[in-house]
Design a protein around this ligand. Structure first.
Ligand code: NOJ
Length: 785
């Protein structure tokens, strides 16, 4: 490497280290007590004045037009095949478009709206910018596995810059659905099973997308989705029914939405699923009672794709007109692709089934977003902003850093006296085997519509660059979904001829993950399990790299393969990130954000569960003997209770030890904590300082994600045995000890009690500071009256 390049790399590393390491504890107001409004830049009197002035000039039809949204270009759902958008836009019949092909087409449509329509109202142009635009970042589940909100914010900022340069000012992201079921394909799009971590990630995305001001040309409006409960689809089958109590909604499913809106998100998307018998896109409890009355969200509710039309299939409307009526009256402002507002809304208002006030309010929300984005002043995108050349070094650095931090090392056993990973620098011959070793397309994961061919670097390309072609024996070993005997035989021969084997196995992102990508079998598809077993039988030290959008159930692999690294789908910098990690330049530091099951029958499996009345010894998730005196406890007779790997788990190339935490007070007062919670909405004074010493007892420097969990007992409703309340990424040199300090606010002890109010109650509290959700020694203290 030239000295100039080294300098540049160092500068970027220093910049990254100072800007993004050790995530500072920002108090989160993610469990608001009733009536605690979200903070929103849309609630601005200057904007309101303009909105009202414009509203006065609008005809009924023009108002309806602002609530109509169509997909043009490549559809991301069942296409409607509609044409003639320009004419409709010029006639004031369209408020928003998405899936527009490029900036030139955006500007042409914007011209129709601004120059030809009577009131010159610009269009809102959206797209699913889910994990990067052209610079494809790791998939969201992987980004969450970094436990590093600042890097997620940077990734979202880059996405916003690239997307806005192509005319997109609104993204349907982040997906903040809490997910406890890896069968659900869309688990890949979210941040996993925990509301605290999910909220931290939600905020990071919104900050990154919306930047300092929505009005900046490189900001895009966020749209947390899918409101609400979609991730709890029964049996993990996409679009399926959900049944979630109000308590569980408030405690687990609402917080990441609240967090995204409180961070200023301008919009939100309603979901497909039925929630407690009422489809989420016609659910007045969630859309009006919670969102508008309790949270006082002033922004736009967009429906999901044809979810208004689907109210008929759900069976709560017998025709499109009734569906439109139910949706708008429940609180859905904009109709994505169903065409029902376009067809029926004016008539519904004329007949009094929908009030003028309801219509006006929905239009106001759409206009607020357009004013906040500065679209009235600057409707067009400067076409010269788009980068048609190579991806810039800084974007690639962020993509690579994010990918490196997202890799989760599940297993790293010793073979002939030392751990398989990191691979030795003097390594001679590597056999690289598997359908995902050289599959650039799959590195992008699902929802990567603007990824460009040629940008992604595969593991094979990077490994060959590192070791030289002569030292990498590549055998594909078949496709993801099938293989021939000859391909498997060739792979086994390559393994036999090598010092070390790297197996790159997993799922096909496009057909097995994401929307409509639910799976009933979470194994390796095709003949990959057979390939794995035959290659492992060679006895060569083997590293299994899993490319997947979810935990896969692979008990054989976890028993027999010495090293297993989860890569998820790492994005454009897949190869460099993996090679840096395999050879120890950047030790893996990702941690699971979902519990990894042993068996299908354990699902749904999540760490923040309640205790049963008959917990198995220690905790309900502890492994128990299958016979003997513990028969009548909550457990399976043929499987452990606990996961294969718990939430928060991930190894690295060193070890850390943790001391039992110290606390600043042995006794807290519930009354005082409640006063503080009400006064400052949980963003105020420190209620308790918790410290623990963490030591890097190994030989290499690495970062540890130090996690703090709270468990409450003696409360009016049962609370999880332990729940994440804070975390920090802590860099530690070999042999170094650091005192890690957490300043907990009152909100860390608040929960939704039996009256469904956010309160702190007298209780016994336990606090763990630990490397994952299943270990650590708790310190106990009292929350008194
Ligand atoms: C349907 C998906 O559920 C949603 O996540 C996405 O944003 C829309 N289609 C638009 O493509």
């Amino acid at each position: 490497m030239s000295s100039k390049k080294i300098c540049c790399r160092l500068a970027i590393l220093v910049f990254l280290a100072t800007a993004f390491s050790s995530f500072a504890q920002t108090p989160q107001r993610d469990a608001p007590f009733r009536g605690q409004p979200v903070r929103s830049s849309l609630a601005d009197p200057a904007i309101e004045q303009k909105v009202n002035a414009l509203l006065k000039q609008m005809t009924l039809e023009e108002k309806v037009g602002q609530l109509v949204q169509y997909s043009v270009g490549t559809a991301t759902g069942p296409g409607t095949g509609r044409t003639g958008y320009s004419e409709m836009i010029a006639g004031g019949q369209v408020g928003a478009l998405f899936n527009v092909e490029n900036v030139q087409q955006v500007n042409r449509f914007q011209h129709d709206a601004v120059e030809k329509s009577r009131l010159h109202i610009p269009l809102l142009i959206g797209l699913d910018v889910i994990h990067g635009y052209r610079t494809t970042m790791p998939v969201p589940l992987a980004l969450a596995s970094t436990w590093d909100p600042p890097i997620v914010e940077r990734a979202a900022r880059i996405a916003a810059q690239e997307a806005s340069a192509d005319g997109v000012r609104w993204t349907f992201s982040p997906m903040v659905d809490i997910t406890r079921d890896p069968r659900w394909g869309r688990i890949i799009e979210g941040a996993g099973e925990d509301p605290y971590l999910g909220s931290a990630m939600a905020r990071a995305y919104v900050r990154g997308y919306q930047g300092k001001s929505l009005a900046a040309a490189d900001s895009i409006a966020a749209c947390p989705k899918h409101y609400v409960g979609y991730g709890a689809a029964e049996a993990g089958r996409d679009y399926n029914t959900t049944e979630i109590s109000e308590h569980t909604l408030r405690e687990f499913y609402f917080p990441p939405f609240y967090a995204a809106l409180d961070e200023g998100s301008a919009t939100i998307m309603s979901a497909f699923n039925t929630l407690n018998g009422v489809p989420a896109s016609a659910n007045a409890f969630t859309l009006t009672q919670i969102l508008r009355k309790e949270w006082r969200f002033p922004g736009l509710v967009d429906s999901d794709w044809t979810s208004l039309g689907e109210l008929v299939a759900h069976g709560i409307a017998n025709d499109g007109k009734t569906a439109a009526e139910k949706a708008i009256n429940a609180g859905v402002d904009m109709d994505m692709e169903s065409n029902l507002y376009h067809e029926h809304l004016a008539e519904l208002v004329k007949s009094g089934k929908v009030s003028q006030g309801t219509l006006d309010e929905a239009v106001r929300r759409a206009l607020r977003v357009k004013f906040a984005l500065g679209l009235f002043e600057k409707p067009y995108t400067d076409e010269s902003r788009k980068n048609n050349g190579a991806l810039p070094a800084e974007s690639l650095e962020i993509a690579r850093t994010a990918a490196q931090r997202s890799l989760v090392l599940l297993k790293n056993d010793q073979v002939t006296g030392h751990s398989v990973l990191p691979l030795g620098q003097g390594l001679q011959k590597v056999a690289l085997i598997g359908p995902l070793a050289d599959d650039a397309g799959n590195m992008a994961g699902s929802w990567a519509g603007r990824a460009e061919q040629g940008d992604a670097i595969t593991l094979k390309a990077s490994l060959t660059q590192k070791l030289g072609a002569a030292n990498v024996k590549y055998a594909k070993g078949g496709d993801i979904k099938n293989a021939t005997d000859a391909q498997i035989t060739e792979a086994v021969a390559a393994a036999n001829d090598a010092d070390v084997v790297i197996l790159a196995l997993g799922e096909d992102a496009g057909t097995m993950t994401g929307e409509a990508g639910s799976r009933a079998h979470l194994d390796l598809p095709g003949r990959q399990q057979e390939l794995l077993e035959k290659v492992a039988a060679t006895g060569k030290p083997t590293v299994l790299i899993l490319f997947s959008g979810r935990p896969l159930i692979l008990p054989w692999a976890f028993q027999h393969v010495p090293a297993v690294l989860v890569a998820w789908f790492p994005g454009v910098q897949a190869g460099p990130a993996l090679v840096n990690t395999l050879f120890g330049e950047t030790p893996p530091t990702g941690k699971l954000v979902v519990s990894w099951p042993h068996a299908m029958g354990q699902i749904p499996l999540y760490y923040n569960a309640l205790s049963t009345g008959r917990p198995a010894p220690k905790t309900a998730l502890t492994n128990v003997p299958l016979n003997g005196e513990d028969k009548y406890v909550s457990r399976y007779v043929d499987e452990q209770n606990g996961p294969q790997f718990p939430f928060g788990y991930g190894l690295t190339y060193t070890q850390f030890s943790f001391t039992k935490p110290d606390i600043s007070a042995a006794h807290l007062s519930a009354r005082k904590l409640n006063e503080e919670l009400r006064k400052s909405a949980g963003s105020g004074k420190t209620a308790l300082t918790v410290t623990a010493s963490v030591t890097n007892t190994g030989k290499v420097a690495a970062e540890e994600v130090v996690q703090l969990y709270v468990g409450l007992r003696g409360t009016s409703v049962e609370e999880p045995v332990r729940a994440l309340k804070a975390f920090q990424r802590v860099p530690l040199a070999a042999g170094e000890t650091k005192k890690v300090t957490f300043d907990l606010g009152s909100e860390a002890f608040a929960f939704w009690n039996i009256q469904n109010e956010l309160e702190i109650e007298p209780s016994k509290a336990n606090i763990w500071v630990s490397p994952d959700s299943a270990s650590g020694e708790a310190v106990e203290f009292e929350i008194g009256e």
